[in-house]
Each structure stands twice: as C-alpha cells, then as structure tokens.
Design a binder for this molecule. Structure first.
Ligand code: 0X9
Ligand code: ZN
Length: 426
C-alpha cells in the first residue's frame, strides 16, 4: 500500500514538473502564412457560419466581430485551413478580401526599431511588462510630490496590477483610465504611458491645465498576465490566463466578465474557447473582481472613466447591452463624442473616429468594464476608445504610428474633458 502511494506521489510530482517545463520551454507561437480576411456578411446564415468557425479560435481567430454598420468581420486564418475556408466562403457566397497577407511578417517588422532607439524608454517601440513597470518606478521616483502608486489587486498568476495617481491638489475632480484589458492591444499601454509622461512633462498650457486641474488614476496594463503572455508566447493573445475547470481552452474575455447585464443578449459567449468567453460567473477573473472592488473604494474620487482598446477608431459610450435603449444623458455623450472626433480629425493625419453607443455603432457587448462603471457606479461619463487603425495592421500597429496615435489621443482627450466640463460633469 505504501509503495502504491509512493508511486502515485512520484507520478504527480513528475506531472507537475513536466507541465512547468513545457510552460517554460514552449516556443513562441508563430503566424507564418496566417492571413487576415475582411468578410462581407449579408445575412444571418452567413453570420452563423462565421460564428461556428470562430469557436476554433487557434485556427480561425476573430480580429473584429460583425457590426451592422460595416457588415464586416475581420478574421485571421491558419494556412492549413485556407482551402477549407475558401470552400466554405464560396459555398455560402460570402465575399472576402485579404487585408493582411502574412501576420508573422507584421510581427517581425514590429520588432525592428531604428538603431538610434537606445533610450531606456520612449514611444518608438513597444515594451514588455517588466520594462513598463521599471519605467513606472522611475516616474514615481522622479515626481514624488505629484505622483503616487496605487494597487488594483493581484492577477490570476499573482502579478500586481499597478496604477499611478497624478494629483496636483486636493479636491480635483478625478478621471480613471484603464488600459490593455485585452492583451494583444499593445498600442493601448504605449498610449497610456505616453499620456502619463505628457501630464508630467509637457509645457503646453492646455496640457498643464489638464494635468493640474484633475486627478488622474491610470492603470497602463490592466490584464498583466495576458500582456506578458502576448509578449512571451503568443502575440495574438486577448484574454486572461486562468484555466477553465473542465475545458482545455484558457482564459476569459475580461471585458465580458463584469457584473452588468452579464452574458445577456448574445453580447458575450458561454463557450470557453471563444475570444469573447464571459467566464462561468461574473467576476470569475481575479482581475475583474479586483478592479470592481478597487473602484468601489475610490468611488467618490472620480467622475469620468475611460477604457483604452484597439482597433477600429471609435469613441464608444454605453450602452453595450442593447441598442433598443439609450442612457438618459445620451445626447450629452454624443456631444462629447463629436468634440473628441472633430479634434482628432483636425490634426494633419485626418484620422476619422466614429462615436456613439457601443451597441449602436459597433455591436452588443455585455459585462464590459465601462458599462459596469456606468450602470453600477453611476458614473455618467464613461467611454471606450478604440485606437488606430481600421484593419490594415489591426492589433500589430507599427511602432512608427505610436506617436501619431498618441497625438490624436491628446487632441481628443483635451476636447473630451473640455466638453465634459462644459456640460457640468466635472
Ligand atoms: O469587444 C470589445 O470588448 C471591444 N472591442 S475590441 O475589438 N477592442 O475587443 C469593444 C467594447 C466596447 N464596449 C464597451 N466597453 N461598452
Ligand atoms: Zn479590446
């Protein structure tokens, strides 16, 4: 009997060691020959076919879900599936256009930055979590009088979700920014760190006013586990990293996991393999749970909430759960959206943003952080910014576009805050 137990224990130890070794040693996921296609979707049947495909998320990965305005889906397809994919498209008369030929080429190009980029931190390349955190530490050390670290909580893998508060005086109205809830949306944390840096260093009067008249609470990388994984193992990772109890697919869409209209109205998926899996219960993800708990503790310290995403060039407001109803202050939210979009478009790049409610302008999305803050904390100015671009590079926005995107963010944010104040919310 004792021998049997010894055998069982040894076997268990070996299994643990083996899984730890595979995790450490597994090579990076490569995307050679993976293409991204823009599909034109004309009816419910075509929609259902694509929905079916998307459940096989490593072979067919949705980059942009169907929305009624563009009537398009962007989908990444593995080379081995291409024949099957083309056959299915022609069978269902779905027209398609390739927008990215080889995803790996873009991933490789993303890593090539000018040799002159030897500065410890800047905005001409993308950084890993450890580099962003080291930079955050240096910023906290350099501006001790006006900055303060805050901790949202711990991730599933035990990382600390960190934020920075910038405050020049007591009693300022507060603005909360959550960024990189979706791991692969790297432009979001690059823009968040740039924005923090501007608030602290810019001499522009308008930016000084923004920095000194408001308290800023900024979490540059919210989905820390997913972000780390997107750098170390899989550039296209979106979700959290908590394994599922009964399914081998890993992770939850953290932006479907909040307790507001959770899993209603097809605004999320109950399939653990879907990229929009809502989790088994609201708040199943330690990250989402930690954020709601933290936000409740500072409920009286902020009036505006903004979540950074990519891509598509939208400024989205509640509701996400329905397009049959709109918030009471929707006219105000539209006015703020118009101010943001006009300011961004007036820059030399001419980048166009669409604005309006998530469910109306984009698609129904439930259990999102923004809707939770809007509905449960009653913060009446809450937005999602979907940054550049519209699909040419998608999530792999070239590093040369980081700064232009940031300039657009600042122009848009100045207008957004101005209008929000004018309308009496700040
Ligand atoms: O689907 C999402 O979660 C967001 N789009 S993304 O391509 N970045 O995944 C949009 C969510 C916007 N809606 C709300 N936050 N309400
Ligand atoms: Zn996103």
């Amino acid at each position: 009997m004792r021998l049997l137990w010894l055998c069982v224990a040894t076997l268990a130890l070996l299994l643990v060691l083996a899984s730890a070794a595979t995790l450490k040693d597994t090579p990076k996921e490569r995307y050679d020959g993976y293409g991204v296609y823009r599909l034109s979707v004309k009816n419910k049947l075509q929609q259902a076919v694509i929905e079916q495909l998307s459940q096989l998320s490593s072979k067919y990965n949705i980059w942009k879900d169907y929305d009624e305005h563009s009537q398009e889906v962007h989908i990444m397809v593995a080379p081995a599936e291409l024949q099957h994919f083309q056959a299915l498209l022609s069978l269902h008369a779905i027209s398609s256009e390739q927008i990215i030929e080889n995803v790996q080429d873009l991933i490789d190009a993303e890593q090539v930055t000018p040799a002159a980029d030897s500065a410890p931190f800047g905005w001409t390349k993308y950084y890993e979590l450890s580099e962003i955190e080291a930079w955050l530490d240096s910023i906290l050390a350099a501006y001790p009088a006006v900055t303060e670290e805050f901790i949202v909580g711990q991730s599933y893998e035990g990382r600390t979700i960190r934020g920075i508060k910038i405050s020049h005086k007591a009693g300022n109205p507060g603005i909360f920014i959550e960024s990189n809830i979706h791991a692969r949306e790297w432009i979001t944390s690059a823009s968040a760190t740039w924005f923090i840096n501007e608030l602290l260093t810019s001499q522009e009067p308008a930016v000084r006013n923004l920095a000194e008249s408001y308290d800023w609470h900024i979490v540059p990388v919210f989905n820390v586990d997913g972000f780390e994984y997107s750098h170390a193992k899989n550039r296209m990772w979106r979700k959290t990293r908590q394994p599922h109890a009964t399914n081998e697919c890993i992770g939850v869409d953290a932006n479907r996991n909040f307790d507001s209209h959770w899993l209603e109205n097809n605004g999320a998926s109950s399939n653990p393999c879907s990229e929009t899996f809502a989790g088994d219960v609201p708040g199943s993800e330690p990250e989402a749970k930690a954020l709601t708990e933290y936000l409740k503790t500072i409920e009286n310290e902020f009036s505006v909430y903004i979540s950074f995403h990519s891509y598509g060039q939208y400024l989205l407001s509640p509701y996400g759960h329905t397009k049959e109803e709109f918030p009471d202050n929707y006219d105000d939210l539209l006015e703020i959206g118009e101010a943001f979009a006009t300011a961004v478009e007036s820059l030399p790049y001419g980048t166009a943003y669409r604005y309006g409610s998530t469910a109306d302008v984009l698609y129904v999305a439930t259990g999102t952080s923004v809707d939770w803050v809007f509905n449960e904390l009653n913060k009446k100015v809450a937005f999602t910014i979907e940054y550049r671009d519209q699909g040419r590079y998608g999530f792999i926005l070239p590093p040369v576009q980081i700064l232009p995107n940031c300039q657009e963010l600042m122009a848009g944010m100045l207008a957004l805050i101005d209008k929000t104040e004018e309308l009496g919310y700040l």
